[in-house]
Design a binder for this molecule. Structure first.
Ligand SMILES: NC(=O)c1ccc[n+]([C@@H]2O[C@H](COP(=O)([O-])OP(=O)(O)OC[C@H]3O[C@@H](n4cnc5c(N)ncnc54)[C@H](O)[C@@H]3O)[C@@H](O)[C@H]2O)c1
Length: 269
């Protein structure tokens, strides 16, 4: 019997569906957590990866890991909340790479606080990073994709974009906004070759979660979320990579405006 890994028919079939050789993928928030896993996974599928982030040190580690594994990657310092910086970055990438094929909007942050005490500054910061930056990075990179007639944009939403839990009101509002942003972009660009989808992860083992859970003295969010978790362990970043590869590759050519939950069944309740 032939080993499937050695069978050229299996390999070419999988490459047709998920292969990204010769393509360029931009990953915001690619220095850490889910974004770092997406950057490594996209590179492993053959894409040249561009990390756009504000953490140069961690980005360097991701670029090194990608290169050591035989892939190619580069890092650009981009504060995604600065729309003029985002536009300049998109233009530069267009010039340098000719065509950008995939954009993953993974940069994000969380803030926990009861609604009656929620600070305006934190509200503005969370909405600017999670929602507004997703919109304007997609607009900036999307313009080139529209001109080329193809591209795949993948927004990292959250189960919190589809259901509520306590003390995360701005985060939930931002992620609900990401879900509707995904649908509105998908609708406007569906007949122009640019697909826009979202992934709604459940609770993942990354710094954002550790920081958010340490933020408030109240444990009610943690208790609430944990009480509803069917599978009682955090999702590892690597466990989301296949979802990104599916949405990035040609195998999902007919999928747009979709929100793909990767949540161990959390939303099925
Ligand atoms: N970890 C989870 O449980 C979970 C669950 C659902 C959704 N998400 C979403 O996944 C995405 C990634 O989160 P994560 O868990 O990897 O967190 P993380 O904190 O590990 O990564 C966030 C990344 O965003 C970058 N970033 C922050 N501000 C930025 C800015 N202004 N410009 C550019 N980059 C900036 C950070 O430097 C970091 O690399 C977020 O949108 C988050 O809301 C996470």
């Amino acid at each position: 019997m032939t080993d499937a890994g050695q069978n050229p028919d299996v390999a070419s079939f999988l490459l047709r569906l998920f292969g990204l050789v010769g393509r360029t993928a931009v990953v915001t928030g690619g220095s850490s957590g889910l974004g770092a896993a997406f950057a490594k996974g996209l590179a492993q599928a053959g894409a040249h990866v561009v990390i756009a982030d504000i953490n140069a040190e961690l980005a360097g580690e991701v670029v090194d890991a990608i290169e050591q594994a035989g892939g190619t990657a580069e890092f650009w310092y981009v504060d995604v909340t600065d729309v003029s910086a985002v536009n300049a970055f998109a233009e530069l990438m267009q010039t340098n790479h000719g065509k950008l094929d995939v954009l993953v909007n993974s940069a994000g942050a969380a803030y926990r606080c009861p609604i009656e005490d929620f600070p305006e500054e934190a509200y503005d910061r969370i909405l600017a990073l999670n929602l507004k930056a997703t919109y304007f990075m997609s607009q900036a990179i999307g313009r080139g994709m529209l001109a080329a007639g193809s591209g795949s944009i993948i927004n990292i939403a959250s189960i919190g974009g589809l259901i509520a839990y306590p003390h995360s009101s701005a985060y939930l509002a931002s992620k609900g906004g990401v879900v509707q942003t995904t649908r509105s972009f998908a609708l406007e660009w569906a007949d122009r070759g640019v697909r826009v989808n979202a992934i709604a992860p459940g609770l993942c083992d990354t710094p954002i979660l550790t920081k958010a859970l340490a933020m408030s003295g109240s444990t009610s969010t943690t208790d609430f979320i944990h009480s509803r978790q069917i599978v009682r362990r955090l999702i590892q970043p690597d466990e989301l990579v296949a979802a990104v590869l599916f949405l990035a590759g040609d195998g999902s050519a007919k999928v747009t405006g979709h929100v793909l939950a990767v949540d161990d069944g959390y939303l099925a309740q």
